[in-house]
Design a binder for this molecule. Structure first.
Ligand SMILES: [Zn+2]
Length: 257
């Protein structure tokens, strides 16, 4: 059995794979009806650090597996446009323009506005809010090595600064969901590169296929047809499927067979 899904233009800007950077702003005005996208506190110890529910659920499981909260603290999660603007202005005043451009995304262009990005720090007496200490050793590295399995990626690696436009940030993790995080890590792709890579798999022509335990996962890209009201998709009604916008020009469809 097949069913037809209709995807409106606004949906391009929602979902766990949206690319947000200096060229692709976050569309803040969009309100979602998706219960998994509701912003909730990471846990009772960090009531002010909120993420989308889908990211909180997976972060909680990951931290449980590694007993992570004993050694790791949540420094920053979701930010409103106004908060991002405040951080930009404060950092600019205190540290100057070149530092600010390196480590703070311009208001409207921060992943933190999506509720899918979290800054983590190793527990210490004083925590640097802009650049928390999150070394490649100990519990922090344990977190990093497990992150992809739970759908998180280290978003701004050192050798990819020219692509992401952001300096190396060992502390900033972005939820993109499974299996995408594992594919990105395995192939050493940033989100910028992964979104471009998936354009080689137009839906209906071919799919990127991976085998996960006893399931086959198919990933494909559907471009939004310009000047149309909505793009329609035919989906297998009995099979799990998730659809995310890419925040540029279309959708990424993930199907489990
Ligand atoms: Zn961050």
């Amino acid at each position: 059995m097949k069913r037809t899904l209709s995807l409106s233009r606004e949906k391009i800007h929602t979902g766990s794979l949206i690319l947000v950077n200096s060229k692709h702003r976050y569309q803040e005005t969009l309100k979602t009806s998706d219960p998994l996208a509701v912003l909730i506190p990471i846990n009772e110890n960090f009531p002010a650090v909120k993420l989308q529910r889908r990211a909180v659920v997976l972060l909680t499981s990951l931290m449980k597996e590694i007993s992570g909260w004993h050694g790791i603290t949540a420094v920053s999660g979701w930010r409103s446009f106004q908060e991002q603007e405040q951080i930009w202005n404060d950092t600019l005043r205190e540290q100057g323009l070149s530092f600010t451009k390196k480590y703070v995304a311009a208001p409207g262009c921060s992943e933190h506005q999506t509720g899918l990005a979290v800054d983590l720090g190793q527990k210490q007496k004083t925590i640097d809010f802009i650049r928390p200490y999150f070394p490649y050793s100990g519990i922090c590295q344990k977190f990093r090595s497990k992150a992809a399995e739970y759908g998180f990626i280290e978003r701004y690696p050192a050798e990819k600064e020219a692509i992401t436009g952001i300096s190396h940030e060992p502390w900033h993790f972005r939820y993109v969901g499974a299996p995408h995080a594992q594919i990105m890590v395995r192939n050493n792709l940033t989100l910028e590169e992964y979104i471009s890579f998936l354009e080689h798999f137009p839906r209906g022509e071919r799919a990127y296929k991976i085998q996960s335990r006893n399931q086959q996962i198919l990933i494909s890209y559907q471009k939004f047809i310009p000047d149309s009201a909505a793009t329609t998709l035919m989906i297998d009604s009995g099979l799990p499927c998730s659809i995310s916008g890419n925040n540029t020009d279309g959708f990424i469809i993930t199907e489990w067979k």
